[in-house]
Design a protein around this ligand. Structure first.
Ligand code: CTP
Ligand code: MG
Length: 241
């Protein structure tokens, strides 16, 4: 099975703020997006990486294209391409630039630098003839309420039915291509890829996500990610939390 990871680093990072998109900021000693790129480079389950960046990004020092394409440091990087206006648009660009022979696609947000290799294996192990997609998700532990626009609690929500979804997300290539075409045809802009698949009638299974695989969205997440990376020790990980 040939597996390609599409690493989405094509956003503007508006909620984090600042002039440089968050994925190019230095985090614990290297650009934020290199953390997950290094995990893909080190994974025996990933054959190639398509890196999606914002238009104009090739001029920014953290994205030294020579280095990203350098055979020794990032031998799996098959292409570095410009993304779209939305996340889904960037996924579409990635899908249009897959290496020939790709059968499985992993789509990952570069904004999740705490990805660990074991998650990739558990996602891929779910894909079979009856399961077109696998996504990591975390159950909720707080009480969940539906709240009206006036700030009053409207209803209780059973938290056992609600999961927080992460990336990477793993899919057979063809159902992902077909779901993307269907979403584009209906002018749907899906916030994650599994949304497109379930809409198109495909089966997507969840696997236990990693609570530490957080998405760097706001400044507090950036600091938290840095603290976790600095303090990361295999001996203190591993619980379901
Ligand atoms: N992304 C992308 N192309 C876009 C928008 C987002 O490749 N047009 C990527 C981001 O770089 C990020 C991931 O999708 O790795 C998840 O998006 P998000 O966390 O929302 O990042 P941004 O869109 O950059 O941030 P913001 O929404 O705060 O502007
Ligand atoms: Mg965004």
């Amino acid at each position: 099975m040939s597996t390609t990871a599409i690493l989405l680093a094509g956003g503007k990072g508006e909620r984090l703020g600042g002039d440089t998109p968050k994925q190019f900021l230095e985090l614990a000693g290297k650009p934020l997006f290199w953390h997950s790129l290094d995990v893909f480079e080190g994974s025996p389950f990933v054959d190639a990486v398509v890196l999606v960046v914002p238009s104009g990004a090739f001029d920014w020092p953290p994205l030294n294209q020579d280095e990203v394409n350098q055979d020794e440091r990032f031998p799996k990087v098959f292409a570095v391409i410009t993304g779209g206006e939305t996340r889904q648009g960037s996924v579409a660009q990635g899908m249009a630039n897959l290496p020939e022979g790709t059968e499985i696609v992993l789509v990952h947000d570069a904004a999740r630098p705490l990805l660990e290799g074991g998650l990739i294996e558990s996602l891929l192990s779910q894909l079979n003839a009856a399961c077109e997609g696998a996504i990591p998700a975390i159950p909720l532990e707080d009480a969940i309420k539906r709240v009206a626009s006036d700030g009053f609690v409207e209803a209780e929500v059973d938290r056992r039915e609600i999961w927080r979804v992460q990336t990477p997300q793993a899919f057979w290539r063809e159902p992902l291509e077909e779901s993307l075409r269907a979403a584009q045809g209906l002018a749907i802009d899906a916030p994650d890829c599994s949304h497109m698949l379930t809409r198109a009638g495909y089966r997507v299974k969840i696997v236990q996500g990693d609570p530490l695989n957080l998405k760097v969205t706001r400044p507090a997440d950036f600091h938290l990610a840095e603290m976790i990376l600095h303090g990361r020790q295999p001996a203190i990980r591993g619980g379901d939390s």
